[in-house]
Design a binder for this molecule. Structure first.
Ligand SMILES: [Zn+2]
Length: 415
């Protein structure tokens, strides 16, 4: 945390909602927060000052779909790894993510309150972490990693490296939601459709009964939270939208009518195109099973088509990557894939304000505004004209500040 106030002067400031830059602004940072943003104001007596003439300040990025405990693409190996080792590996993943400019990450299954605290207490250099506990999955569903003849009892959801928990029945769903909420979950994740990385569930499989999904939604809403669902097919998405699910993960095979209804109901979609692109490039070589490899193309091709459907329906999109293990190196490629269908301003909103909304952090993250957390990036050019500034694993970021502390900076005037 900054003790002496810090003032960044002469900066161009990105306003993601307006899709424009404001020139010659001063940003005063105090106690980890942005205290003031005003045109031309000079630094008060005793403040540290950095002149940012010619540079742009933008909000730190938000990734709304990560699994920070998925060290490797070998999900079973992740699960049986000692929890202490998984925590150390997650710290590495978090730091790597911060170095790419992400100052907030929503974890969609795996991370626990200990990692949240580790970041808050400064034990780990990492983005703020928004967690759900483990992803709820049915037996045989997207988190059931067992092969057909493997009848060992479920998965080891007590291990930090496990991304999911197997839950069957309305009462079990309620009890699991209540446990995760008690343990600090800020939303609930359910696997409501077949998936790529699981061996026994085709993409079209609907997972969980309507009653089970409704129970999860009720438990989340009772706590002022919401449900995020893993969904690909139009049928699975439509069912979740009707049952009150708010956060629609992936959405690769969505159709226009469902997208319109989701927009009407206030849902947010989280496309994760790079996950399939990366799996197609390297999944087989990294040991992804043949059953899984066979499923990649359906969702990969659908994903490309989904972006314009989501955009035309006016369904807000938050940025997500969902890269597992060694594939994390493709993180910035998601920006290129989005750019095939979306404008730079739309992509910047998905990386900032829309993501903040989904993380329950509207006004706190994703904006450079008084009262917000001091999560910001400094770049040399205009990101609205050149999204390349956000690529290459953070190489073009002149400074990264998270919660008022510089993680990285090569700016003049730094003490
Ligand atoms: Zn995921």
């Amino acid at each position: 945390m900054t003790e002496t106030p810090l003032v960044l002067t002469n900066a161009r400031v990105l306003d993601p909602d307006a899709g424009r830059l404001h020139d010659r602004m001063s940003i005063r940072i105090e106690g980890g927060r942005i205290a003031d943003v005003a045109p031309g104001a000079d630094a008060p007596e005793g403040a540290r000052k950095i002149d940012l003439a010619g540079k742009t300040v933008m909000p730190g990025l938000i990734d709304c779909h990560m699994h920070v405990v998925a060290w490797s693409l070998d999900l079973w190996g992740n699960m049986i790894a000692p929890t202490s080792l998984t925590a150390l590996r997650a710290a590495r993943v978090l730091e790597e993510t911060l170095a790419r400019g992400f100052t907030t990450v929503r974890d969609l299954g795996g991370a626990d309150h200990g990692l949240v605290r580790g970041v808050e207490e400064g034990m780990i250099a990492g983005p703020r972490l928004v967690i759900c506990g483990k992803g709820l999955s049915t037996t045989g569903g997207h988190c059931d990693l067992r092969q057909r003849t493997d009848d060992r009892p479920g998965i080891m959801s007590d291990r930090l490296g496990s991304m999911g928990v197997l839950v069957d029945g309305v009462d079990a769903v309620r009890a699991t939601c209540r446990t995760y909420i008690k343990e600090g979950a800020q939303f609930i994740k359910i696997m409501a459709n077949g998936g790529v990385s699981s061996p026994n569930d085709p993409i079209h499989a609907l997972q969980f009964s309507r009653d089970e999904i409704a129970a999860a939604v009720e438990e989340a809403e009772n706590a002022g939270l919401y449900v995020a669902a893993h969904v690909y097919t139009d049928a699975a998405i439509a069912r979740c939208v009707d049952l009150g699910v708010r956060s629609l993960e992936h959405c690769n095979l969505i159709e226009a009518e469902t997208a319109a209804r989701a927009a009407e109901r206030g849902c947010i979609a989280v496309p994760t195109l790079v996950a399939y692109e990366a799996l197609a490039r390297e999944g087989a070589a990294l040991g992804l099973g043949a059953d899984s490899v066979a499923k990649i193309d359906t969702v990969r091709d659908g994903g490309r088509r989904s972006l314009s459907i989501l955009r035309e329906a006016g369904l807000p999109m938050a940025f997500g990557s969902d890269l597992l293990g060694e594939l994390r190196k493709y993180h910035c490629l998601e920006i290129d894939l989005l750019a095939e269908a979306l404008s730079a301003a739309d992509i910047l909103r998905s990386l900032t304000t829309v993501g903040a909304d989904l993380c329950g952090l509207a006004g706190t993250a994703g904006v450079i505004a008084p009262g917000a957390s001091a999560d910001l990036l400094v770049v040399d050019g205009n990101p609205l004209e050149d999204l390349g500034l956000l690529k290459d694993d953070g190489a073009h970021l002149r400074a990264i500040m998270a919660r008022g502390t510089f993680y990285k900076s090569d700016l003049e005037g730094m003490a």
